[in-house]
Design a protein around this ligand. Structure first.
Ligand code: FAD
Length: 289
C-alpha cells in the first residue's frame, strides 16, 4: 500500500441522472445534504450506448454550476468517435475538468460494440483530442472484471488504461478489503502508481444489492449475505448492520493508506452520510485519518 500513501485523499459521491421531475427534485435535496460535507467532487453515470446522454449532460452541468466540481461518466460502447467528440466539446466548453472514462455494458441484443472497443481506447481518444484538459478516471476491479479472460489479463488490461493516460482509478465496490490490498500490491509490482480510490456501496436493501452484485461480479461474503438474509423485511436492522460493516471496512482501507473513498449513493444521501459521520471525516481528518 506504500504507493497509495503519497496521494492527497479525495472523497466523492456518485449519482445517476434522474428521469422524472420528482427524481430531479429528490436529487437536488440529496445534493444539498452531501454538499454540506464538502466532497472533492460529484460524478454522474452515463447509460451505455448513450441512453442517458442528455440527462447526464443536464445533471452534470446543473450540479457543476452549483459549486461542487462534477465529473461525467462517459462510456464508449455503442458510440462513434464523432458522438464522443461532441460530448467532449460540451464538457470542455462548460469548464468540466474530470471525466470517468469507461467501456460500459451494452444491454444484450442492443446494437454493435462501437468504434472504440475498450476503455483504454477511449482514454487514448480523449487524450488525443483534448490533451490534458481532463483528469481521467478509469474503473478498477479488485475482484476482477466478470468478462476478463483471467485475472492476469485483467491486470494487464488495467495497465493499458494507465499507459493510455488515465490519472487515477475508482474501484468497483467490494466488501473484502484484502482484495483491494492485493490489487494494489500487484499494481506496485507492475510499477503502476496512480491513486486507486475504493468505490463504496452502502448497504440499504438486500434484494437490490444481490441483483447489482450478480451483474457486476462483486462478491457479497457469505457471512454478510447470511446475516442480511436473516433480517428479512426488517429494514432497520439491515441498515444498522450494513452501516457497521461498511464503516469498519472503510476504516481499514483508510488506515492502510487508501487515497480516499468514492460512494455509490444511488441518489440517497443518508446511508453514505452515516458512514461518513462514523468515520469522523471532517476536513481535518480527511487529511490525517
Ligand atoms: P474495460 O477496462 O475496457 O474492460 C472491460 C473488459 O475487457 C475487462 O474484462 C478487461 O479485462 C477486458 N479488456 C480491456 N481492455 C482489453 C483489450 N485491449 N483487449 C482485450 N480485453 C480487454 N457502466 C456504465 O454503463 N455507465 C457508467 O456510468 C458506469 N460507471 C462506472 C463507474 C465505476 C467507478 C465502475 C467501476 C464501473 C462503472 N460502470 C459503468 C460499469 C462498467 O462500464 C462495466 O464494468 C464495464 O463492463 C467495463 O467497463 P471498463 O471501463 O472497466 O472496461
Amino acid at each position: 500500500m506504500e504507493s497509495q500513501k503519497q496521494f492527497k485523499r479525495r472523497f466523492s459521491f456518485e449519482f445517476f441522472p434522474p428521469k422524472t421531475d420528482k427524481g430531479k427534485e429528490k436529487l437536488q435535496k440529496v445534493r444539498d445534504r452531501l454538499a454540506e460535507v464538502n466532497p472533492d467532487f460529484f460524478s454522474v453515470t452515463f447509460g451505455a450506448g448513450g441512453s442517458t446522454r442528455d440527462r447526464t449532460i443536464e445533471t452534470v452541468l446543473g450540479l457543476h454550476k452549483q459549486g461542487i466540481s462534477t465529473a461525467p461518466h462517459l462510456s464508449c460502447v455503442g458510440g462513434t468517435r464523432e458522438a464522443i467528440g461532441e460530448l467532449l466539446d460540451v464538457y470542455q466548453k462548460s469548464g468540466i475538468n474530470r471525466i470517468v472514462a469507461l467501456r460500459g455494458d451494452m444491454p444484450s441484443g442492443m446494437g454493435a460494440a462501437g468504434e472504440l472497443r475498450y476503455a483504454n481506447e477511449l482514454v487514448e481518444f480523449i487524450r488525443e483530442r483534448t490533451g490534458d484538459t481532463f483528469n481521467l478516471e478509469v474503473a478498477a476491479y479488485p475482484e476482477f472484471h466478470p468478462q476478463a479472460r483471467n485475472a492476469e489479463e485483467d491486470l494487464k488490461n488495467f495497465a493499458r488504461k494507465v499507459q493510455a493516460g488515465a490519472n487515477s482509478a475508482i474501484t468497483q465496490y467490494f466488501f473484502n478489503a484484502d482484495s483491494y490490498f492485493y490489487f494494489i500490491d500487484r499494481l506496485e509490482k507492475m510499477n503502476i502508481t496512480i491513486p486507486v480510490v475504493p468505490g463504496i456501496m452502502p448497504i440499504v436493501n438486500f434484494t437490490n444489492l444481490v441483483r447489482f452484485s450478480d451483474m457486476c461480479g462483486a462478491e457479497i461474503p457469505r457471512w454478510i449475505r447470511k446475516q442480511l438474509e436473516a433480517y428479512g423485511d426488517d429494514s432497520e436492522s439491515i441498515r444498522k448492520f450494513g452501516e457497521e460493516v461498511v464503516t469498519r471496512m472503510c476504516e481499514k482501507l483508510l488506515s492502510a493508506g487508501a487515497p480516499g473513498l468514492h460512494f455509490y449513493t444511488l441518489n440517497q444521501a443518508e446511508a453514505s452520510l452515516a458512514v461518513w459521520k462514523n468515520l469522523g471525516l471532517d476536513d481535518q481528518k480527511k487529511i490525517a485519518f
